[in-house]
Design a protein around this ligand. Structure first.
Ligand code: ZN
Length: 174
């Protein structure tokens, strides 16, 4: 299969031009960054309504957290599917359609943070099992993805959206 979509450092720059994510970090450090998402978003949003937003961004703060949670859940499920059923082909998903279907912008801070904490735990379990099983996925649009690639993609996704929520919180206080 020929990849039709670029991702990672080719798409965002290395380090990421916006959130500064370093794509050359170790798999272990990338997992550690994901483990820290709950704490970082809680620190940012603990006393803020999830509905706060920024004029340049279409999602609310809670919507970003909800997206990071669903993204972790989706990839945890895919890695588990590969390991348990041997199905390595995975499709893409439309994050904006999912946000619309799940009404992310209506989520409270508490609901979004709870989902993130829960998804993060499941993701850690799934990636550790996938690393041990040497899972390599074949993504419909980006092509071959090792478990380490999946881990870095998730680590960058959440890191990037921490940066988005930092902008939202700063704007709401301005
Ligand atoms: Zn980034």
């Amino acid at each position: 299969m020929t990849p039709t979509e670029i991702w990672g450092p080719e798409l965002y720059g290395d380090p990421c031009r916006q959130c500064g994510f370093d794509w050359s970090i170790s798999t272990e450090d990338a997992i550690g960054i994901v483990a820290g998402f709950s704490h970082r978003f809680t620190e940012l949003l603990g006393e803020n309504a999830g509905s706060i937003s920024h004029p340049e961004l279409s999602w609310s703060a809670a919507a970003y957290v909800s997206h990071v949670a669903d993204n972790l859940w989706i990839w945890a499920q895919r890695l588990s599917g590969a390991r348990l059923s041997g199905v390595l082909e995975v499709p893409g998903y439309d994050q904006d359609l999912l946000a619309q279907a799940r009404n992310y912008n209506e989520n409270s801070t508490g609901a979004a943070l709870w989902a993130l904490s829960t998804a993060s735990d499941l993701w850690q379990e799934s990636v550790n099992a996938a690393l041990a099983g040497h899972v390599v996925l074949n993504h419909a649009t980006v092509g071959r993805m090792t478990t380490a690639d999946v881990i870095r993609a998730a680590s960058h996704d959440g890191n990037h959206h921490v940066w988005d929520v930092e902008r939202i919180v700063a704007y709401s206080k301005a």
